[in-house]
Design a protein around this ligand. Structure first.
Ligand SMILES: CSCCC(=O)C(=O)COP(=O)(O)O
Ligand code: MG
Length: 225
């Protein structure tokens, strides 16, 4: 029996289409005006500076916005972009433009597992702020009290075994006591390489994935932790 479950978001608790057809376009639409309005706010300025460095420096804000929009198109999982997206989505959630999509089975099972004493965590490329926004604005209410912690790219890339070693260290558990849920084979391979248990969540949305050696669940109801 695992003592902790670490879950991915996109394709696992939540639909790919919500992230790619609602969240990403919303962020792209609002980025230029957001940078004009908030570019001097400390938090935004730091994220913009970090993005500018990554882009090689020397860009003005207009050029930087173009680069950030291209990174969004390419689905780059880089910290400054993910940080800015979280800040952009905050307004969308607050104004009720969208709710955080969570599959019904995921919300129900996460509640059951938490009630049974399993420790629940999130690991997503979206910033911790973005993760908490999504889970606090769902049709099933605020799910954030179910989670003991959140990890983002600050822990490292999701396809890097070292990231899962870091998570296990933070949780104070051996890898074998942690179950990692994801829809992406390379993330599962990296987690397994660090000794975590794994489950490939295949919801039938998007291209089919070869799960390799990882057990498969079609929904959270198929997972029996
Ligand atoms: C935190 S919700 C938005 C998810 C996101 O920005 C993203 O890039 C999806 O990453 P994941 O690691 O959940 O596949
Ligand atoms: Mg995913």
């Amino acid at each position: 029996m695992p003592q902790a479950i670490v879950t991915d978001i996109e394709g696992t608790t939540s639909s790919l289409s919500f992230v790619h057809e609602v969240l990403f376009p919303y962020a792209a639409r609002h980025l230029p005006a957001f940078v004009r309005a908030h570019g001097q706010d400390l938090q935004v300025r730091r994220l913009l500076e970090a993005a500018r460095q990554m882009a090689g420096g020397g860009l003005d804000d207009t050029g930087l916005v173009e680069v950030l929009l291209r990174w969004m198109d390419e689905d780059r999982k880089v910290g400054p972009l993910k940080g800015l997206q979280g800040l952009l989505w905050e307004e969308g959630y607050r104004q009720g433009h969208f709710q955080g999509h969570v599959y019904e089975d995921a919300a129900r099972c996460l509640r059951e597992w938490n009630a049974r004493g399993l420790r629940l965590y999130v690991y997503s490329s979206g910033s911790v702020h973005a993760q908490m926004l999504l889970f606090s604005h769902t049709p099933f209410g605020d799910l954030t009290p179910l989670f003991r912690g959140y990890f983002d790219t600050g822990m490292g890339g999701k396809k890097e075994p070292a990231s899962y070693e870091g998570i296990a260290r933070e949780l104070g558990l051996p890898g074998g006591d942690i179950l990692f849920l994801s829809d992406v084979r390379a993330e599962l391979d990296a987690a397994a390489a660090s000794g975590l248990r794994t489950c490939c969540v295949m919801r039938g949305e998007g291209p089919s994935v070869d799960p390799g050696p990882h057990p498969v669940a079609r929904s959270f109801d198929d997972i029996a932790p």
